[in-house]
Write a protein that binds this ligand. Structure first.
Ligand SMILES: C[S@@+](CC[C@H](N)C(=O)[O-])C[C@H]1O[C@@H](n2cnc3c(N)ncnc32)[C@H](O)[C@@H]1O
Length: 210
């Protein structure tokens, strides 16, 4: 009898504890839109771009650019080059996901003249082969839910890269799959690293078209 009462008290305490943890997490979610969180994201972006970046005259593509986090970060490092962002502007993937918002962000950040934005699906890109010195993509490819459809996007990335061009894919899932497809389709010197601070923890894949 005493044993049962102890178990009941334990189980009630556990439920209260779980509720508290859940409450704290939910209450904290708004903080992801605040200055400290943005600072972390911008710091990570700078680190990733420093590892992957060229000299500033590159022709770059950002695949699934959304509101322009990497599009704008990369554009700021360009001297004479140009960066194109493509997206299909899915609202469920990113709030406020409209081309006009991305253009406004580029204007505010002073890089509008370095950026072009197009509506295009990453699985069928409207570019000739071997077009770009660098292809970037951050947190976008996992939004394609089927393996074979994701593969189409990865093959397109490999196709539009120039020989010697670099890719930089940042994503929170499927890094083994991306690496395997790239290895089998002409991408060499593939390196992977994890971002330690970003939420959710992401893998960065960099490689060169050989
Ligand atoms: C989570 S958001 C990331 C946006 C941005 N890259 C960033 O890091 O902030 C994912 C983006 O991928 C885009 N996307 C999803 N599927 C796509 C597809 N098949 N072709 C092009 N863009 C796609 C969505 O519209 C969305 O803008």
């Amino acid at each position: 009898m005493r044993h049962r009462r102890v178990i009941k008290i334990f189980s009630v305490t556990k439920t209260i504890w779980h509720f508290n943890v859940f409450y704290v997490i939910v209450k904290s979610l708004h903080k992801f839109n605040t200055l400290p969180f943005k600072t972390v994201i911008i710091t990570i972006r700078a680190k990733i771009l420093t590892v992957t970046y060229g000299v500033g005259n590159e022709h770059i593509l950002d695949v699934g650019c959304g509101r322009g986090l990497y599009l704008i970060g990369a554009a700021k490092r360009l001297v004479t080059g140009k960066i194109i962002g493509i997206d299909i502007w899915q609202g469920e993937d990113l709030s406020g996901n409209h081309m006009e918002n991305t253009i406004n962000n580029a204007i505010v950040e002073g890089v509008r003249d370095k950026i072009e934005i197009e509506t295009a699906d990453m699985r069928k890109m409207p570019f000739t082969s071997e077009n770009f010195d660098m292809v970037l993509s951050s947190f976008a490819i996992h939004n394609i839910y089927e393996t074979l459809e994701r593969k189409k996007a990865l093959l397109e990335i490999a196709r539009v890269l120039k020989v010697g061009g670099k890719l930089c894919i940042i994503d929170m899932r499927y890094s083994d799959e991306y690496t395997r497809v790239f290895e089998e389709n002409g991408i060499c010197e593939i390196k992977r690293f994890r971002t330690s601070l970003i939420f959710p923890i992401a893998t960065v894949i960099i490689g060169t078209k050989c």
